[in-house]
Write a new protein. Structure first.
Lengths: 662, 99
């Protein structure tokens, strides 16, 4: 053991840390703002700070990107502008990781815009005080006092900072801490919904318990890898024992490539460790069989948070997954890598199947988007299976015999995954942003929470054409229709699977996409082509009125049966209802949403409880955005279109991300 | 005594913790299962550190402890919130954890 004589301060490259420092530092400043800025000015201060920090981080990522590309394309002998291994690999700025940081920052900016919107109701999506017990006098007081929970913004910044670190480290203990830094704020944020608070709290509890379980699996995997690392590294440099994955696997690879064998049982130790770490990551990705939390949490969490969480967390987790799989596979025997790859393939197939099939029968918009996000996790994992191939002069060669010094993750994987994450992310944030604006209305016209039941979305296209068009665009992009970002993205990940030799997986992916198209189009049909409940009810009343005219005294109770065949009361009956006022909707058309799982049993309190039963058949109303959410949705829609029409803009950047880091 | 026995013990503790998480219904007990898993990890870290004659593992154990503490703060807050809600929802004005 080396003797410690003096403390040597490490050399820190602050420039490389700039994006993280800006985001996390502003998070801390945000906490101080909570303490020192008067309540009235707090919200505006927090929003400005948060957006400025994220924009600053994005600029910093851009500058770093330029420096990194200069470094990677530098002639030998030229001085490097940037050392990608900050603190010896604790922060490992590969172009891939830096690209992920950029994507996470962009998604966070869009997410914060949706979070910041108070809509024309003057209320944001968060409880006045999340600590108040729902339904108590204290809660009413807090609501009347107009309290606002502005801690949301620093929490979002911490989560975003954690995600950025998560995607760009080689050190597994740092990855573990980043995992917690991104998860803990999200657990809290899940519990802060203004409406349906029991659901929100239950979502937080489920997310927390499963998330904690996943991170415990992750860290035990790290412990096993540490045990393995000590055994393979010991012969070389005893100071270097640690949990930096690339060092551990390089040491292991050196032993393997010299024809030596690993000490007894240690290969199994390493495999077990890697599998546990990967399982922990798959939990965050939301891949089957570790997806159980996704629908419940996405449904219960405040919708703006769901959008942010679904987009940005997935980006961080998938990038980390690619890096861990590749770096770990580097140090494994060829047959073991093959088995690992097969496991990933099985997970991809299962995830696509469950996401699309179960998603197709959902009646709740948020739940539908949650299953869609599971399906997308499947498509992403399809793109990841190529982790074990490297490319030598354009031709894919086996991962296990890489050309000297030129090992990189298969460029198809990097390109495909980065583009997919951006395309999926903007569509997801945008779609959830639209959901925040579509609301239920009580019988006396008070605007309530989000109308998540699909039945309430009927005929939305006529009342809010622009919003509907944006939502339809996001759904089409998720479905992978040409001319949208989703098509290029899916093409990217499927060609990555083909390049890895799994062409049948790509075929399965295309089939799953076809099924997915069906369920996205179903929503569009409901919004655009189905008459609204009010019209249906009016038409049914019309039928009743006609019948009443013929047979006086009958038909008092007929309105229900008339309306129950939704859509059957077609437009031809409508003129007959000229004299009929659009009365309260027929109870026969009430189709109460019954989401499966534990959430269905959770009650909703007071007004919302009554309103929910009624609103199932009333039409959703669209509340006006106060600006930020509209901007976010418009930006997302524009990005979806631009990425679909001119993908080369981003694909070129993604191509640069495939450069090898020595 | 063979020192690798401690690794085996860590694995057993970890398995017990994981089983607890998967089988028990009470949120607090589930959470205790997670804590047991984390402490099993600590045992594995320090054992490997002893085997390798290396301090890194012991330092990592401290990291895990800090993270576990942070997790307790957030987790118990969420669980207690739910407990208060359900209690007050089912029994009038009885709130044992209030204050």
């Amino acid at each position: 053991m080396p003797e410690i004589t003096a403390f040597e301060a490490p050399e820190i490259e602050w420039v490389a840390l700039a994006p993280l420092l800006i985001v996390l530092g502003t998070g801390i400043v945000g906490v101080l703002v909570e303490a020192f800025v008067p309540a009235r000015a707090r919200r505006l201060t927090q929003i400005v700070l948060t957006l400025a920090a994220l924009a600053g981080a994005l600029v910093a990522v851009g500058v770093l990107w330029g420096m990194l590309q200069d470094t990677l394309t530098a002639q030998p002998g030229q001085e490097a502008a940037l050392n990608p291994r900050v603190l010896g690999g604790t922060l490992f700025l590969t172009p891939f990781a830096l690209g992920a940081q950029g994507i996470i920052t962009i998604l966070a900016i869009l997410g914060v815009l949706v979070v910041a919107d108070r809509t024309s109701t003057g209320e944001d999506a968060f409880a006045p005080t999340a600590a108040a017990v729902p339904g108590t006098h204290y809660e009413d007081l807090a609501r009347e006092a107009g309290l606002r929970q502005t801690e949301i913004y620093p929490l979002l910044l911490f989560a975003a900072g954690g995600m950025m670190l998560f995607a760009s480290t080689d050190d597994l203990i740092v990855m573990f801490i980043a995992l917690e830094v991104l998860s803990l704020p999200l657990y809290v944020l899940c519990a802060t919904a203004r409406r349906r608070r029991l659901l929100s709290q239950e979502a937080a509890a489920k997310y927390f318990l499963l998330g904690a379980f996943a991170s415990a699996l992750f860290i035990f995997g790290v412990a096993l890898i540490y045990g393995f690392g000590g055994m393979v590294v010991r012969g070389g440099n005893p100071d270097a024992i640690g949990v930096r994955l690339l060092e551990v696997s390089s040491a292991s690879r050196n032993i393997l490539s010299q024809g030596g064998s690993l000490p007894d049982g240690t290969a199994a130790l390493y495999l077990a460790g890697v599998v546990l770490v990967v399982v922990g990551l798959l939990f965050k990705v939301g891949a089957v069989p570790f997806h159980a939390w996704t629908p419940d949490v996405y449904t219960g969490a405040p919708t703006p948070i769901t959008g942010f969480m679904a987009a940005a967390t997935k980006a961080a987790a998938v990038v980390a997954l690619v890096q861990v799989l590749w770096r770990a596979g580097f140090g494994m025997a060829p047959d073991v890598v093959e088995q690992l790859q097969l496991a990933v393939v099985v997970i991809a197939v299962l995830t696509m199947a469950v996401g699309t099939v179960v998603g197709a029968v959902q009646t709740d918009v948020k739940r539908l988007l949650a299953y869609s996000s599971i399906a997308h996790a499947g498509f992403l994992v399809t793109g990841v299976v190529g982790f074990a191939t490297v490319v030598d002069g354009g031709a894919a060669v086996s991962f296990v015999t890489p050309p000297e010094g030129q090992t990189i993750v298969a460029p198809d994987v990097i390109r495909g995954v980065l583009f997919y994450l951006l395309a999926y992310g903007v569509a997801t944030v945008g779609a959830f942003g639209v959901v925040t604006l579509v609301r239920e209305r009580s019988a006396d016209g008070v605007i309530l929470g989000e109308a998540t039941d699909l039945a309430a979305w009927r005929g939305l296209g006529r009342r809010a054409p622009w919003l509907t068009a944006a939502f339809a665009l996001f759904l089409l992009s998720m479905a992978g229709i040409p001319l949208t970002a989703g098509f290029v993205a899916k093409f990217g990940v499927f060609s990555a699977a083909v390049a890895a030799g799994y062409w049948w997986l790509a075929v399965l992916g295309v089939l799953a996409s076809v099924v997915a198209v069906a369920f996205y189009v179903r929503v569009i049909v409901i919004m655009v082509m189905t008459p609204s409940n009010e019209e249906t009810a009016a038409a049914a009343q019309g039928v009743v009125a006609v019948r009443d005219a013929g047979v006086p005294g009958s038909g008092a109770g007929l309105s229900g049966s008339g309306a129950s065949g939704r859509g059957s009361a077609d437009a031809s009956a409508a003129p007959a209802g000229g004299a009929v006022e659009p009365a309260a909707p027929a109870s026969g058309a009430v189709r109460t949403a019954a989401p499966e799982g534990g959430l269905a049993t959770a009650t909703v309190f007071g007004e919302e409880h009554e309103a929910k039963a009624e609103a199932a058949a009333t039409d959703a109303v669209v509340v006006g955005s106060r600006g930020p959410a509209a901007v976010a949705v418009a930006l997302c829609a524009a990005a979806t279109l631009v990425l679909g029409l001119f993908p080369s803009l981003v694909l070129d950047l993604a191509e640069q991300a495939t450069r090898y880091v020595p | 005594m063979e020192i690798t026995n401690y690794v085996v013990l860590a694995c057993i503790l970890f398995a017990i913790g994981a089983t607890t998480v998967l089988l028990r219904r009470n949120a607090i007990v589930v959470f205790m299962g997670v804590e047991l898993m984390l402490n099993a990890t600590n045992l594995a870290f320090v054992t490997f550190a002893r085997i390798h004659g290396d301090l890194t593992g012991q330092v990592l154990a401290f990291f895990v402890m800090v993270v576990a503490a942070a997790e307790v703060v957030v987790g118990l807050a969420i669980i207690v919130t739910i407990f208060r809600t359900r209690r007050s929802a089912s029994v009038d004005d009885v709130n044992l954890l209030h204050g």
